[in-house]
Design a protein around this ligand. Structure first.
Ligand SMILES: [Fe+2]
Ligand SMILES: [Zn+2]
Length: 305
């Protein structure tokens, strides 16, 4: 635990008012390798869970979700990204249309150049599942309109794409890629579930022998194409903030055997059985307890930075 860089204690983001450029008071620590995975802890007003994960591989940046549309959350994220030197988001992934994941992304798109935005099958939720709320619809539509109206500094537009249900691979270099799993219980284009979390994308990042799975809010029915293909990982971004089964099933964990599991959110959201299933294989962390967690690729594996 002590090995982790706790960025919340290392620099302070000062936000003067909505719309102002966030300022950072201290420089973040210099890290040694070229590949990092960060779980950025974003605090919400009511201590609700949220997800934001960042992969940096040499010059490439992959941002997965962006927390809530709340000033203290989204401006903290903007400040954090500036502080660690992110100038452009090459791949922005919105796992699913829940406001604890998409809320901060319109601001990210407004502030940073974004090459590609990946979305899950959201064309059905607007007419479908009862679990969707206006706050989720607003967050999604704000993100989408920000992407559609964005003009990057080189004049290019954001490419918006939806991976196939079977998933897709994005290659960064000869030994580095990520697969985006979009395996839902969609039948054709008709969503048959009642829960938007079924739609959540999951991201399997591989760099040589180092690997991680960011589980988003997916649950066991969404693991279909992933099981048997992912194998063991160093780091597991725990599905749905660590809540109870059908998230983080025994079957999934048996395949992943994660050395480090990270639940994004407050500790009240973490289920004891889920934690125990993860701890069978390695260490378990909660960002609400430890703050932002940083892993670096060293000697062919992700380890706490
Ligand atoms: Fe969530
Ligand atoms: Zn969700």
């Amino acid at each position: 635990m002590k090995k982790f860089a706790l960025f919340l204690t290392l620099f302070v983001v000062s936000v003067f008012s909505v719309g102002c450029q966030p300022q950072t008071a201290e420089e973040p620590p210099v890290l040694e390798t070229e590949t990092y995975l960060r779980f950025i802890h974003l605090q919400s007003k009511e201590n609700q869970p949220s997800l934001c994960a960042l992969i940096q591989h040499e010059e490439k940046t992959v941002l997965i979700d962006g927390g809530w549309d709340e000033a203290q959350s989204k401006y903290y994220l903007i400040g954090y990204l500036h502080a660690i030197g992110v100038g452009k988001i090459d791949y922005l992934i919105s796992t699913h249309a829940h406001a604890d994941h998409t809320g901060g992304l319109a601001e990210v798109i407004n502030r940073f150049d974004v090459e590609k935005l990946y979305l899950c099958h959201t064309n059905v939720w607007i007419i479908g599942p009862p679990s969707i709320l206006q706050i989720d619809i607003d967050a999604y539509e704000n993100m989408l309109s920000a992407a559609q109206s964005k003009v990057n500094s080189d004049g290019s537009k954001v490419t918006v794409c939806t991976p196939a249900v079977e998933g897709m691979r994005v290659t960064l270099d000869e030994e580095t890629y990520f697969d985006i799993y979009n395996c839902t219980d969609l039948q054709g284009d008709n969503y048959v579930g009642q829960e938007v979390n079924h739609l959540s994308l999951q991201i399997h990042f591989v760099s040589g022998s180092a690997s991680a799975l960011i589980g988003g809010d997916a649950l066991n029915s969404s693991d279909c194409y992933l099981l048997g293909n992912v194998g063991e990982v160093d780091v597991y971004g725990v599905q749905h903030h660590g809540t109870a089964f059908p998230y983080s099933s025994a079957e999934l964990l048996q395949e992943l055997k994660p050395k480090y599991s990270v639940a994004s959110g407050p500790s009240w959201a973490v289920d004891g059985d889920t934690r125990a299933r993860c701890e069978q294989y390695g260490e378990f962390y909660v960002t609400g307890e430890s703050g932002t967690l940083v892993f670096a690729k060293k000697d062919g594996a992700f380890v706490p930075a």
